[in-house]
Design a protein around this ligand. Structure first.
Ligand code: FRU
Length: 544
């Protein structure tokens, strides 16, 4: 049906056809951004995995090149799984990736590949040296749970990488391998870090500066300028990425999270559909950029009908918040080039209890919306039920967008049908901290509630939510949503809390998609400023 095709994203990275998953080996080389990704050349479901390859000048327009890495040697014959790139001192990139080397089980080894011709800025052809595999699962490692090598970092005469693993039944582990020559790798006996979370897929480990500036640093910067480290892992069991901020001791090859409970209370890049992410350092604009995969949450039948499945989130700049407690994220500035010429907006508009205000004058199925709210009073905020204080998602499930509160829920209805039967709500709700939460600071919840997103009932539509670490007593909070037909990618409070949702409306499609500000709290709120742009399609999107 037409509606499925109308839901094909306009400006999010996607393939012209077939299945994609993890972003692999993002890098910048001779003026081009490269993105490789897990790809099934034969269909819109996972399988037959190779590395597809696209290049871009601006992170927005993408040209698909020929497959970069596909099964061709003993040690990757049954699959070329995720991996990363490292820029070597002579400026050329090297890729390390996981190969599946047996037909009967997912026996995982680590391989290398190099550009055939490093003077080609497009790095079209990749060759695998004869000494593959370079790392095999030895010393009691579970060979079927041993994958996804990171970008290497260099210090004190050694290269290091991490490989994600599972130890015993439930311990997620990041093993360190070291090399002097980027060829022979030996494991450091004790892992960099581990936690009882289940398998760690796609680890990522990188420095962030503590100066509060938004610039990034190369992965090999280990101590100066003053840095903290971030360790991210993708939880296979729970299908989300979590990270901690901490200290890397390169002599002992150990990492210690600043927050001792960090491996329990998961800080996430994104509280929605965002997995197997990976960062890279962009030397052209001195920033660190995060790529993450957003799976479909439509039915497999619809995936096959539209012929493709999976997108990459808009690349995000990441940096350490001045508090040192968490990362900040913001869509790369290049995406703003897609904004149409005639934004529409609201200014100093009070939205009363139960009121909603439509933002008209644009086609909002493909849009970028920025809004700042003012909260005149927090007096009426609800008390936070201590039983739900640890579980944002559950809380948001109980207190969805239509459940009246004190201060909030207020926010946006996006991809709304004309009679509002369909709408995805992205919103905030403020709570007075309960006495046993040890703080008088009000608590802010951010939610993306898709329970009314579609009249189709056979869809996976969980409510997503995260806390926003902001001092709401100042009476201000902002929200940005990148809307793209079947994606709503939202950034709360300038990028403190992010939520990506996939939704599949049946009515709120194309010209029939509407945008509103709503307030289902008892207290009035004010939109101090709202600006909404239609988003153009990039001229080039992998031929799609
Ligand atoms: C994560 C993952 C990786 C693996 C790849 C296979 O989504 O399972 O651990 O390398 O996908 O496609």
């Amino acid at each position: 049906p037409v509606s499925i095709l109308e839901l094909s994203t306009g400006y999010h990275f996607r393939p012209p056809k077939n299945w994609i998953n993890d972003p692999n080996a993002p890098l910048y080389y001779k003026g081009w951004y490269h993105l490789f990704y897990q790809y099934n050349p034969k269909g819109a479901v996972w399988g037959n995995i190779v590395w597809a390859h696209s290049v871009s000048r601006d992170l927005i327009n993408w040209v698909a090149l020929e497959t970069a890495i596909s099964p061709s040697i003993e040690s990757d014959k049954y699959g070329c799984w995720s991996g990363s790139a490292t820029i070597l001192p002579d400026g050329t990139p090297a890729i390390m990736y996981t190969g599946i080397s047996r037909p009967d089980i997912n026996y995982e080894v680590q391989n290398m590949a190099f550009p055939k011709n490093s003077s080609d800025p497009l790095l079209r052809e990749w060759v695998k040296p004869g000494h593959n595999p370079v790392i095999v699962p030895e010393g009691g490692i579970n060979a079927t749970q041993f994958r996804d090598p990171t970008t290497a970092w260099y210090a004190d005469g050694h290269w290091r990488i991490l490989v994600g693993a599972l130890s015993g039944a439930s311990r997620g582990v990041a093993y360190v391998y070291r090399s002097r020559d980027f060829r022979r790798w030996t494991r450091v006996r004790k892992p960099l870090h581990s936690a009882p979370t289940g398998m760690w897929e796609c680890p990522d480990f990188y420095p962030v500066t503590v100066d509060g500036r938004q610039s990034g640093v190369d992965t090999s910067v280990v101590s100066s300028p003053r840095v903290k480290h971030v360790l991210k892992n993708s939880l296979d069991l729970r299908r989300y990425d979590y990270y901690t901020v901490g200290t890397y001791d390169r002599v002992r090859e150990r990492y210690v999270p600043d927050n001792p409970a960090g491996d329990e209370h998961h800080l996430r890049y994104d509280y929605g559909n965002f997995y197997a992410s990976k960062t890279f350092y962009d030397p052209a604009k001195r920033r660190r950029i995060l790529w993450g995969w957003a799976n479909e949450s439509d039915t497999a039948v619809d995936d096959v009908a539209k012929g493709w499945a999976g997108i990459q989130a808009i690349p995000r700049k990441v940096w350490l918040d001045p508090s040192g407690r968490q990362l900040m994220q913001w869509p790369v500035e290049e995406v703003e080039a897609l904004r149409g010429e005639n934004p529409v907006g609201l200014k100093d508009r009070v939205v009363k209890r139960g009121e909603h205000v439509e933002v008209t004058g644009l086609q909002s199925a493909q849009a970028d919306v920025e809004v700042s709210f003012e909260l005149p009073s927090l007096e009426g905020a609800e008390t936070l039920d201590p039983a739900l204080a640890n579980d944002a998602q559950k809380l948001c499930g109980v207190k969805g967008a239509d459940v009246e509160g004190g201060v909030g829920p207020f926010g946006l209805w996006v991809l709304a049908s004309s009679k509002l039967e369909e709408r995805t709500a992205v919103f905030f709700r403020v709570f007075k901290a309960a006495r046993n939460i040890n703080s008088t600071k009000p608590v802010v919840l951010m939610c993306s509630d898709p329970t009314k997103a579609s009249l189709n009932t056979n869809l996976y539509h969980p409510t997503f939510a995260g806390w926003v670490d902001t001092d709401i007593r100042k009476g201000k909070i902002s929200l940005r949503s990148l809307i793209d037909r079947s994606v709503v990618e939202s950034f709360g409070a300038g990028g403190r809390t992010c939520i990506l949702s996939r939704v599949y409306p049946s009515l709120a499609i194309g010209k029939n998609a509407h945008l509103h500000v709503f307030n289902n709290g008892k207290a009035d709120i004010k939109v101090s400023q709202l600006t909404a742009w239609e988003m153009k399609k990039p001229a080039l999107m992998n031929g799609a």
